[in-house]
Design a protein around this ligand. Structure first.
Ligand code: BJW
Ligand code: ZN
Length: 245
């Protein structure tokens, strides 16, 4: 059956609407990348404290790198899905469009989005703990692990761990886009991790029409104007059918 969307949402699907799409791990689930929370989530098998904090990296950088290498390999085996592709079409269609993602997998880049605000960094970046030199990798890192920078510091994955601040400029740009948005999609995120999770409510407080796309209700559903329950790889392509012109 065709997706049912409100008249209000249909009226907003025109090129002049200011749109933000805010994504989380659920968008990549149909590409075969595990989400973090829930029954099949990464945190069921790997404790946050052992892999995704600065303290974990200091305690055992080799273990953390082996985990990121495993995740990099999984991501290389995956491809963008129809949800990523639809979001790329949105960027082409809406004149003022902002993609804000919590995902580090690079699948939005591979789908073709040109401008992406990455709140939690990028798994393909490698950064020196000491001198902040940043490199872009194409694959898992070879031995020795942890890799070393020429300055003698340890290189680390360029992602944002718990207890670390988000890249300030990126977050400010995302917050500003959320404040100005007329239509805000929150897609495939549990909206449990802050400060990213403030964005949908920030948009709502500033008058945006908030649409949640998720396989289940999340805490964002309490204030979303419209809930589209289902897989993002199915719902987003159906929304494309309503774009005019
Ligand atoms: C589908 C689907 C399909 C499935 N279609 N949908 C304010 C209040 C409370 C706590 C805090 C606060 N401010 C800060 C905190 C602490 C902390 C935090 O938020 N803790 C909470 C968990 C309680 N935040 C931080 O530490 C952040 N830093 C910070 O605040 O700095 C300031 C500061 C510093 C020092 C002291 C004090 C303050 C940093 C957060 C970094 C998060 N990093 C991670 C790991 C990234 C690297 C990596 O990948 O290795 O980011 S954690 C992980 O969660 C990852 C994600 O980006 C993030 C969000 O997860 P996401 O994307 O929502 O995934 P899931 O799995 O949760 O949800 C998937 C959803 O998809 C589900 O809803 C499914 O139903 C759905 N779904 N299939 C559609 N096919
Ligand atoms: Zn260095």
């Amino acid at each position: 059956m065709a997706l049912q969307v409100s008249e209000k949402l249909k009226s907003l699907l025109c090129p002049s609407t200011r749109v933000v799409v805010f994504t989380g791990a659920g968008v990549s689930a149909e590409s075969g990348i595990a989400t973090f929370r829930g029954a099949q989530g990464i945190w069921k098998d790997f404790r946050v404290e052992d892999y995704a904090t600065p303290r974990a990296f200091l305690a055992d950088p080799r273990k953390v790198w082996e985990w990121y290498n495993w995740r990099r390999t999984k991501i290389l085996e995956a491809n963008p899905n129809p949800g990523h592709e639809a979001i790329c079409e949105f960027e082409r269609y809406f004149r003022e469009f902002t993609l804000v993602t919590q995902n580090v997998d690079g699948l939005h880049d591979r789908a073709g989005n040109q401008k992406i605000l990455k709140l939690h960094g990028d798994i393909w970046e490698t950064r020196c703990n000491r001198c902040c030199l940043t490199l872009i990798d194409q694959a898992a890192r070879d031995e020795p692990l942890p890799p070393r920078c020429s300055c003698g510091g340890n290189l680390r994955p360029g992602v944002v761990w718990f207890g670390e601040v988000l890249p300030e400029r990126v977050y400010n740009q995302a917050a500003s886009a959320a404040e100005k948005a007329q239509l805000f999609f929150t897609v495939g995120t549990s909206a449990e991790v802050y400060p990213a999770a403030f964005l949908p409510s920030l948009a709502k407080q500033n008058g945006s029409y908030v649409v949640e796309i998720n396989v289940e209700r999340t805490s964002s559903a309490d204030y979303a104007d419209e809930l589209l329950i289902g897989k993002s790889g199915e719902i987003l392509p159906e929304i494309l059918l309503y774009l005019t012109g």
